[in-house]
Design a protein around this ligand. Sequence first.
Ligand SMILES: [Zn+2]
Length: 315
Amino acid sequence: MYIGIDVGGTNLVAGLVDESGKILHKASCPVDKSMTAEELTRQLAKLSLQAAKEADCPLSEIQAAGVGLPGLVSNKTGMVIKTTNMPFYNTPFREIFQEDLKIPVYLGNDADCAAVGEYWAGSAKGFDPALVITLGTGIGSGMVRGGKLYIGHGGAGMEAGHMIIHPNGVRCGCGNLGCWEQYGSATALVRLTREEMEYNRDSLLWQLCDGDTRKLEGRTTFQAVRENDATARKALDRYLEGLSMGLINLVNVLFPEIVCLGGGISNADDDLLLNPLRELVHRGSFDKDHLPRIERASLGNDAGVVGAAMLCNMF
Ligand SMILES: [Zn+2]
């Protein structure tokens, strides 16, 4: 048995996971914003113990725990180097965690855990190299190669969301201009939709968001495209162009056997997202005889817990 911990900005989840990557039980709690990094780490150990106890699993049967965090971590040193919107900063996570729970602990970032989860038990199972891209506020990416996670020198590898695709493009949170996530994330689709709406006051999109563009979500654009709104179509085409540009770059560098797309956006109908993307990526691919499959990730929010639990097999 394994424990997988998913540290999100609003929720902490610890799951008991078996060898096949199946979640047997989950315990969760909201993030207490007043907690220090040390307090949060101890709370995660407590939550892990709670998950095991509620599932009647003795601690002696738990072989390892893994944790996925939003930020930069070092599995080698057991340190959480920095996180987004969380207090972890040069935190000796493993050391603190093991004071309360004496089992091996592995560290990964959330995008890497999502990749491991899909590779172990989701739609990337059986494919290698497997590339998993999560489209959310930003773009998360992780790759499994030769059955192991590719993290690069130091552990910050595969930050594909910060690959620059437009010189002098939109400013990214990382400080650079024109990063892929500014054109391919869920946030980017909303931005592009807003831009197009400004030129088209009669677009259906204005009705769908009650005249308030702050209410726009990625799915609003897809809904309007379904209803043949030309403005939404234009925004979606621009989005597909940006998203595919990054994917083409990745495919031509890595030639994965599969690319799995996760995040809320990936739930869009195939004819609006996956099929046009397949066509664009295949068109831009250097080797037409080894085109990767492009599929939807299948574990949803559970990918983080499953992937964290399986980190022990991935280094
Ligand atoms: Zn960036």
